[in-house]
Write a protein that binds this ligand. Structure first.
Ligand SMILES: NC(=O)c1ccc[n+]([C@@H]2O[C@H](COP(=O)([O-])OP(=O)(O)OC[C@H]3O[C@@H](n4cnc5c(N)ncnc54)[C@H](OP(=O)(O)O)[C@@H]3O)[C@@H](O)[C@H]2O)c1
Length: 320
């Protein structure tokens, strides 16, 4: 078969011949149709993800859409230690696979499930989110952030404050359910004031940035709360701006901050899989919109480093 193959962590994968993976116990073979090029896939392929064991060669790809031997088309999340999904064939743990609903577009599903799952699972599995609550999406201009805005509204948020840098992507969020849009660009003190005023009294923060923007947003929001004892669930989901923060102790004392993360580990694999059908149904219905750009798997090397329009997700496709 052919696959995207990483042979060195400092070079993009190349389209090469590779041995067909042999399914181990509890796995099924799958013919791949589409796999998304998510940030998590890039960090796996350049060896910087925390799960990277440094072994090469590897096939990147953490999820995708494929056809099982019985003809069923499924979305699945690759199991720990299983080969990647950017190949003509891979393997599936059936416990991590769900059938695509009728009418679902495999490319849209492959593009959207990973970014959409991040907020869907956080709001449904990490906290007791209630309709009417206010949500701040920190880093709302990426694929996951834009989905988070739509999903928060869909799940009943009363207010959604969308904060990010890219002005064009920010402008689109109004039409997708944001009630307030805050630019994090420009003078940092002024950006803090804008953010603090708009988001002072939210109940939940979905944080895709971490690093510097989070270090500034925490005091900006907490110190402006009308009722500092009102709980604020701050959910760390992504780390686009840094892997670490410095957290002054006063921040934790100053307000009823509940700091947590959401992702594999903090939610069980079974819990995540249980959320997939509901999310896929909304994507298929068109309640949630995604911006996918399909690229043939054979073009992976070029596509990997080519500039991508912000907010668009590359999807590598295998022709039947
Ligand atoms: N835990 C989970 O379950 C889960 C699931 C999916 C994704 N994630 C994580 O979520 C994050 C976002 O994923 P994605 O798919 O949305 O990626 P993406 O589409 O590539 O978007 C990333 C966005 O991050 C923003 N950004 C980068 N540096 C920034 C900075 N210094 N300050 C503010 N914004 C910054 C950029 O927005 P601007 O252009 O506006 O700067 C960019 O659009 C990643 O870290 C990913 O690994 C987590």
């Amino acid at each position: 078969m052919h696959a995207a193959v990483v042979r060195s962590f400092d070079r993009p994968p190349r389209f090469e011949e590779f041995a067909v993976p042999v399914p181990g116990e509890g796995r099924l073979p799958v013919e791949m149709i589409a796999a998304g090029l998510h940030p998590r896939v890039r960090s796996g392929a350049d060896g910087t993800h925390y799960t990277s064991d440094g072994r090469l060669p590897l096939i990147p790809g953490v999820d995708g859409v494929g056809r099982l031997p019985d003809g069923q088309v499924v979305y699945f999340v690759a199991g720990d230690g299983d080969p990647g999904t950017m190949a003509e064939r891979s393997v599936v743990d059936p416990r991590r696979a769900v059938p695509l609903p009728d009418g679902a577009d495999p490319v849209t599903i492959a593009a959207a499930m990973n970014p959409a799952m991040s907020s869907w699972v956080a709001l449904r599995r990490r906290i007791a989110f209630r309709p009417g609550q206010g949500v701040l999406v920190l880093g709302a201009t990426g694929n996951a952030g834009r989905m988070a805005v739509q999903i928060a509204r869909h799940l009943g948020a009363g207010r959604v404050v969308a904060a990010g840098r890219d002005p064009e992507r920010l402008a689109l969020l109004d039409g997708l359910g944001a009630t307030d849009v805050v630019s994090l660009a420009g003078d940092p003190d002024q950006a803090d004031a804008r953010l603090g005023e708009a988001a002072a009294d939210v109940d939940v923060v979905l944080d895709y940035t971490w690093g510097g923007p989070t270090e500034r947003a925490l005091p900006a929001v907490l110190t402006r709360r009308a009722d500092r004892s009102a709980p604020l669930d701050w959910i760390e989901i992504g780390s686009m701006a840094g892997r670490e923060i410095t957290l002054p102790s006063a921040v934790l004392r100053a307000a009823a901050l509940r700091l947590m993360g959401s992702g594999q580990g903090s939610v069980t694999a079974r819990g995540i899989v249980a959320e997939l059908p509901g999310l896929m149904a909304e994507l298929t219905r068109g309640t949630l919109t995604a911006d996918a750009r399909p690229v043939p798997l054979a073009d992976v090397e070029e596509a990997w480093t080519a500039p991508v329009e912000p907010g668009r997700r590359l999807v590598l496709t295998v022709s039947a």
